[in-house]
Structures are given as structure tokens and as C-alpha cells.
Design a protein around this ligand. Structure first.
Ligand code: IPD
Length: 295
């Protein structure tokens, strides 16, 4: 049967706004939020309640489509297939959420043949909505000046400046919740290499930012507010929506196996570059050169 991406996109936006209301009325505490893998991998009642609302609404509207959600994911059992699949991170940036740091969002992706085809990312605190449909562009909808009800819908694709080299880039990179092991070692290396002076073998980038949500990082790159985003250790729900929005804005995902995405099996490291008239490929090459092929 035909898949109506526009209709799916419209429903995901409705659901994202409902999720935003749940987040803004919640009162999470950083002292008594639950943990998963370790003491910094936080989860709240809101994460679970939002995911339940999302999966209930989607299974009613599209009973035959698959669903992958962060809070109901079962390692080894939940895998991305070529079937139409909704991919949900109910609260991306849970640590920010419990600390009231204003960078958290719901991230809703939709894949067909494992290709991110619809993306909806909504930050309820700032009331910023990033959306994209494969082949139809991506947009940010935000409060108009003065913060009234009227909203501005702006296309993300513009002609930003060319990318010169890493030294002039603002780079998003995340610690995530790994604090030991290969992923942690890799992140320490990448952070150090990017920041270090050239005499010390680094790229001496303009700066590094840890905004605390992989989805918002991708939205920032899509909209040209960051030039690059790199993170090792992401899951499908962290990147599915942002990937679509990024590509529709002229950005590229340079790792993560574009075209043959296997989020379970792949390295789980993602490198995103903003749209630019030129310089994207060079930035990718320089990145791997500087960090020593740390894919
Ligand atoms: C996390 C955030 C964080 C990233 C982690 C993610 P969560 O998602 O996106 O920025 O560094 O890798 O797991 O746990 O808040 O949904």
C-alpha cells in the first residue's frame, strides 16, 4: 500500500505537541529520577508516560507499522527492518529535563527501507519544532517575535557559507552516559583532538558544545547553528528524526552507514555536517584525519 508521508508527518506533529504538554506539566527531580545502565543514565516517569502515549496513538492509527521506542527497547529483540517503522525517543535530553536545562525534546522518526523519511523534533520549553519529509524539505516553526500565538515556519535550507576547515567550525559533541570502556576512551580522544592546538596535533576548532540531546544537536546542524555534530554510542531513536531533517536541509550524515543503516550492528558513531555550497567532504576527511580514524 502507498505510504502517505505527509499524513504521517502531520500526525507526528500533533503527537509531539501532546508530548510537549506532558513534559511541561511534569515535575521531575534530579534527586529521585530513576537510572538505567549506570547512575548518569537517567529515566523518569515522563519518559515512560510519553512513550506509552506515542505508541498507543501510533498503533491505533497505523496498526501494521513497526515501532521502536527507547523505553521499551529489548536488546537483541528489537531491530530495525525494512518495514515502515516509527522510532521514538520520548524525552531526548532526559538529564537536561530533570535539571530544567532548556534543551530537551521529543524525537519522532519514521523509516521506510531503513531510510529516515519523516522527522519531527519538538523542544517544548523553547516551543521550537523541527520537521522534515524526505524529498519535501525541512522546516523550523518557532514563536514569532513577541511570543504570541502566531508562529513562523522557516525553511531550513538556505545558502550558508562554505565550510573552510575544522578550525573555523563550532562542533557539537556529547559525553553521553558512557563513563568507562571503548566508547568513553574514544570520546575523550575526539574531544581532546578537536580542541587541542595544531602544534599538539589537534584541529583547534572554534569550540565544542555539549547541548545534551543528540536530536537537538542534529537540528542545530540542520539549521546551521552548529557546523558539525559527532557522537559515539547513539541509538536509532537519538538520530532517526534528525537525520531526515538534516538531509532535507542539505546537510550530510557522513557515518552511520547512509543507505544501509543497521543501528544495532553499525558502530553507533554518527558524524553530521551542515549544508554548505562546498567543503563538506573536506571537513569529513579532516575530521577522520584529526581524530585518527576514530569511526
Ligand atoms: C541521550 C541524549 C544525549 C546523548 C546520549 C543519549 P536520552 O538521550 O541524546 O545527548 O549524549 O547518547 O542517550 O537518554 O536523554 O534520551
Amino acid at each position: 500500500a502507498d505510504i502517505n508521508l505527509q499524513e504521517i508527518h502531520d500526525l507526528l506533529i500533533e503527537i509531539a505537541y501532546e508530548a510537549g504538554r506532558l513534559m511541561l506539566t511534569a515535575t521531575p527531580s534530579y534527586l529521585d529520577s530513576g537510572t538505567k545502565k549506570n547512575s548518569v543514565d537517567l529515566v523518569t516517569e515522563t519518559d515512560r508516560a510519553v512513550e506509552f502515549m506515542v505508541s498507543s496513538r501510533l498503533s491505533k492509527a497505523y496498526p501494521s507499522y513497526s515501532f521502536i521506542g527507547e523505553e521499551t527497547y529489548v536488546p537483541g529483540e528489537t531491530t530495525l527492518t525494512s518495514a515502515p517503522t516509527f522510532i521514538c525517543d520520548p524525552v531526548d535530553g532526559t538529564t537536561n529535563f530533570v535539571h530544567a536545562f532548556p534543551a530537551f525534546c521529543i524525537s519522532l522518526g519514521f523509516t521506510v527501507d531503513k531510510i529516515p523519511s519523516v522527522g519531527v523534533i519538538y523542544n517544548p520549553f523553547l516551543d521550537e519544532l523541527y520537521t522534515g519529509i524526505k524529498g519535501k524539505g525541512s522546516f523550523v516553526t518557532k514563536k514569532a517575535n513577541g511570543g504570541g500565538m502566531e508562529k513562523l515556519k522557516l525553511p531550513l535550507k538556505k545558502e550558508p557559507e562554505l565550510l573552510k576547515d575544522l578550525s573555523t567550525c563550532l562542533i557539537g559533541a556529547e559525553w553521553g552516559s558512557d563513563r568507562v570502556g571503548n566508547n568513553f576512551d574514544l570520546k575523550c580522544k575526539v574531544f581532546t583532538k578537536l580542541a587541542a592546538s595544531k602544534e599538539n596535533g589537534g584541529a583547534m576548532v572554534h569550540s565544542l558544545r555539549c547541548v545534551g540531546s543528540a536530536a537537538l544537536n542534529l537540528a542545530l546542524v540542520a539549521s546551521g547553528q552548529q557546523d558539525v555534530f559527532w557522537e559515539g554510542g547513539c541509538w536509532a531513536w537519538d538520530v532517526a528524526a534528525g537525520w531526515c531533517i538534516l538531509e532535507e536541509a542539505g546537510g550530510i550524515m557522513a557515518s552511520g552507514n547512509p543507505g544501509n543503516w543497521n543501528p544495532e550492528v553499525d558502530s553507533r558513531a554518527y558524524l553530521a555536517i551542515r549544508g554548505a555550497p562546498s567543503g563538506q567532504k573536506e571537513i569529513v576527511e579532516e575530521f577522520w584525519e584529526v581524530v585518527g580514524n576514530g569511526r
